[in-house]
Design a protein around this ligand. Structure first.
Ligand SMILES: [Zn+2]
Ligand SMILES: [Zn+2]
Length: 324
């Protein structure tokens, strides 16, 4: 079939919107008609080359859509389901999966980061030339073929914009607060950066009951949106602050680590179990506990994709959304 998609041909060149060829889903794959896709910085890392990736590539990894068609042996979703996309599909069988750490599953990592779907092939091309997938999703496209393992069914009452953000920023940020750090009542929290992930972390900290939440960003206009989602304080930093943060090493002495029980922790995809957490965050949004809608400030159509990233880089407002 034909569809329209954003394509990155070369580093540091604008995304081009073109009609491409998309094959029908194979076994354990799903054809999704996209409804909304978030404008996330990770796609921009493809543009700059900070993420090394095969080119040309169709970006997009924070999405919500409707199941249009299913391939053989698909059991997780059916035609017509509203779904959010998970960019780190897991196998369910490895050490991490069986120890409730599915976001650390590495079963498909090599294939996905080489630009393929799970069988090591692609479904997209233009004029007979292969287009590579990004995160096995490539959802900056009207239609996308994705692995069944990347599909999480969402309740129909969840707006598409919200479900899209649950696919990346919300799960990464709220998950870092609730799952990784396990912030609890009356904690004091500092959040560096008030982009999609930072704002979601603030939301998670507020939901957990933190009494002081300090949002730190270099853009003064971020203060309003950070406070809207739960920050109690805002600290305006500058390029020098960023340099200082990047140069400080975690050089706690052994005595400090021991006597003050200091912990340094990484967080990948919010230490999530996406089949559990996507639904949980959707329910918390419906219950009014996570104001995800307040972090959305702009929407665009697919043809405005370059403008959307320009606004993101300028730090304009919260998350931008591409609507289809
Ligand atoms: Zn993202
Ligand atoms: Zn696994």
């Amino acid at each position: 079939m034909k569809t329209r998609a954003a394509i990155l041909y070369d580093l540091n060149t604008p995304f081009k919107i073109s009609e491409i060829d998309l094959q029908i889903p194979k076994e354990n794959e799903v054809l999704v008609k996209m409804s909304a896709v978030g404008v996330c910085h990770s796609d921009w890392h493809l543009f700059t080359g900070d993420t090394t990736h095969s080119l040309p590539v169709v970006p997009g990894h924070e999405g919500c859509g409707k199941v249009e068609e299913i391939g053989k042996n698909v059991t997780r979703v059916k035609k017509g389901d509203k779904i959010a996309l998970n960019w780190a599909p897991n196998c369910g069988k490895c050490f991490y999966c069986i120890h409730s750490r599915p976001s650390l599953c590495e079963a498909y990592t090599d294939l996905i980061w080489d630009g393929f779907l799970m069988d090591g092939t692609t479904r997209m091309s233009i004029n007979g030339k292969v287009l590579y997938h990004y995160c096995a999703l490539s959802c900056l496209s009207e239609y996308a073929v994705v692995p069944e393992a990347s599909c999480v069914k969402m309740p129909n009452e969840i707006p598409a914009d919200i479900a899209a953000l649950i696919g990346c920023a919300v799960t990464t940020g709220v998950g870092s607060a609730l799952n990784t750090v396990q912030i609890s009542k009356d904690d004091t929290v500092a959040v560096l950066g008030a982009g999609g992930v930072g704002l979601s972390t603030i939301m998670g900290a507020a939901y957990a009951g933190a009494s002081q939440i300090i949002s730190i960003d270099i853009v003064p206009e971020k203060e309003k949106i950070a406070r809207n989602v739960g920050a109690t304080d805002f600290l305006l930093s500058d390029q020098d602050t960023i340099k200082q943060i990047k140069s400080s090493e975690t050089n706690f002495s052994g005595a400090v680590l021991t006597r003050q029980e200091k912990t340094v922790k990484g967080s990948y995809y919010g230490t999530s179990d996406t089949s559990r957490d996507f639904r949980k965050y959707a329910d918390l949004f419906v219950a009014g506990e996570l104001p995800i809608d307040k972090m959305i400030s702009r929407s665009y159509d697919l043809d405005q994709v370059n403008e959307a990233y320009k606004d993101m880089l300028a730090g304009k407002g919260g998350r931008g959304i591409i609507r289809f």
